[in-house]
Design a binder for this molecule. Sequence first.
Ligand code: FCB
Length: 480
Amino acid sequence: MIEGEDDYRDSGLEFPADFVLGSATAAYQVEGAVREDGRGVSIWDTFSHTQGRILNGDTGDIADDHYHRLESDLDLMARLGLESYRFSIAWPRIQPAGSGAINERGVDFYARLVDGLLARGIRPIATLYHWDLPQALEDAGGWPNRDTASRFAEYASHVGNILGDRVSVWTTLNEPWCSAHLGYGSGVHAPGISNDLAALRAAHHLNLGHGLALQELRRAVTKPDAEYSVTLNFHVLRGEHETSPEAIRRIDAVGNRIFTGPMLRGAYPEDLFEDTASITDWSFVKATDLANISQPLDFLGVNYYSTNTVKMRDAAPATADDSRDPAITGSTWPGSRDVEFLDQPGPYTAMGWNIAPDGLEELLVSLHEQFPKLPLMITENGAAFDDVEIDGEVHDRDRIDYLRRHFTAAHRAMARGVDLRGYLVWSFLDNFEWNLGYAKRFGLVRVNYESLERTIKDSGRWFSELIATRRIPAPRGSER
Ligand code: FCB
């Protein structure tokens, strides 16, 4: 790549003093201890224990054993100098069966986590739902079932009562697109259902759950300066083909605007209704739902990893594009499976995702243009690479390079007027990467999955320097 203006490897760019710098994880990906202290079963326990669902048969049973290593992990966060830590609360630890009485021992873990963060001067950013639905609620119909939204609000109210005096930032959902479209559409995520109608119903009930939960949180929380948000993963769409504009519109509707419409504008996009008319008339959207969903937010959480290039297929497939199995009636893109996803130009991370820092700048600027009054925060960005540990060191230059380019992109967006409040790197620790198990490492800190020992990677040190100086560090000789 040519050095200069467009390679996004600027150094020395400075972030404002109040710009939030930190890192993120999610409960099922790091905690382990799945059968301890009264925790109930989640859909990810069931899914990961179903043969063939997860690469290498991995499960989150032990994960990083963070549940038992809380104090030393907190010390590690302090050593890195994290200013904020974004974690998720496992619903089945709080309400093992998804409703009713709370489980005090589960509550205790998160109270210790939050207190431990505060004692170290780290701001807690709590996500209520990072995909681990109590299995009992899935058995009752899961997110396609309207009642799940009410159960989620009830859970939010409990958590707000318990931790509402201490948590700085509340996030309702992480990436509802994945919950709806991967969980119930393509079925590659838990609960592994593949049905277009189920996916669209799930998307709506996730939206509703978000709005109802926000209202409950605002009622329960007592910390006066607490902030409220939701985290979405946006599809940054490109394409040069003559049919690309139509393909981009379709995926933007079912992938992005299906959430930003109701949450931020109080309405579903009309074109989404048209694209999905053969699947549903959307009569599951009730009269008061949109008012309930479109609650004010203090900022929008943005997760970004890469871009997509699309065009319309030359011939629409007869069956779902994700499988030739006739029992599978859903796809990742309900109503738009005639959109074709083209190979992306490289370079790539170990996930096979293309590295495109300009996509992050483009996304932030576009969101700012669409929602000018809404501040943004990058709640996830990072990269998996095939790290190698040699003599207790991990020289992950690729990850530093990725982060340098994306921090540059974020800074450029700010220079173009985007109100960006912070940047949380995914992830603090290597962890359970969903259907790919432990094969993909995203951490700033390496986890040895045999000894569970932690090793700060070079990228962790690089990020520490960025936090301490508030500037993108200049490349050292070996990184040039
Ligand atoms: C996001 C998820 C997060 C992690 C990263 C790599 O979609 O929110 O849990 O798996 O991708």
